[in-house]
Design a protein around this ligand. Structure first.
Ligand code: 4GN
Length: 230
């Protein structure tokens, strides 16, 4: 899976060098190519933004610079995504679908945003990671890369994907490890029993109980498809 990221702040993506995603990059299971939008400024001062027409606070990213950066990418058969609070909210189902793409281009805005003409010309799919505003699209792009990469073959073992929260529509059951007694609290007896049928049954019950308690809306199918990524 290849990700091309268009950003003014490529250094922010250093956190993807760590842990599971870092290992997937080393193994070349995923490839994250950072494109600095600033490199596509024609201006001698490398200017990438300017004040908004009509007035108002902040700066707007210039359409020519953003579009030149976009055009530098070979984008045949690529899924192009703009991270914005205006997009459909990302769901696990959408993540699973995106993981089947071979090439994803992520456009990150900063400041007050990107000149609308560049967005119209590129015509990306708009995705939001949740109903709140951030200073830029870089953190949402990293969220998307992380969550999509988990579904790419070889990044995780298959079981972790099958068993986890949301994949079956429920929250994950609680996990325990050593020591057997912590601050006087024992690990649930069934997990020490070695009886895998009973363990599976206990975990399913816990999943359902936790979902009812903490996220009851996940059990209402009506709510599940509304206002979300298809
Ligand atoms: C995406 C981008 C939040 C999200 C963003 C989100 C940068 N904030 N909820 N901020 O996924 C102006 C330019 C705002 C892009 C955008």
């Amino acid at each position: 899976m290849k990700f091309d990221v268009l950003t003014l702040f490529p250094e922010m993506f250093k956190s993807l060098e760590e842990s599971i995603i870092g290992r997937a990059k080393e193994k070349e299971i995923i490839n994250i190519n950072l494109i600095n939008i600033r490199d596509f400024s024609n201006d001698k001062h490398n200017k990438v933004d300017d004040t908004p027409y009509g007035g108002g606070a902040g700066m707007v990213m210039r359409p020519d610079v953003v579009y030149n950066a976009y055009k530098s990418i070979e984008s045949k058969n690529a899924k192009v995504i703009y991270l914005t609070p205006q997009g459909k909210v990302l769901t696990q189902k959408k993540v699973e679908e995106l993981s089947k793409e071979e090439h994803i281009i992520l456009l990150c805005g900063h400041y007050e945003g990107i000149d609308q003409r560049a967005i119209d010309k590129i015509n990306p799919e708009e995705i939001s990671i949740g109903n709140y505003v951030l200073t830029g699209g870089e953190i949402p792009a990293m969220v998307l890369i992380d969550t999509v990469s988990r579904y790419v073959d070889g990044v995780l073992n298959k079981e972790s994907i099958m068993e986890e929260s949301f994949t079956n529509g429920l929250l994950e059951y609680p996990q325990y490890t050593r020591p057997e007694i912590f601050e006087g609290e024992r690990v649930p007896e069934v997990l020490l029993s070695g009886n895998h049928q009973n363990i599976e049954k206990w975990r399913k019950e816990k999943s359902l109980e936790l979902t009812k308690q903490k996220r009851p809306e996940l059990l209402l199918k009506q709510n599940n498809e509304k206002n979300k990524c298809k």
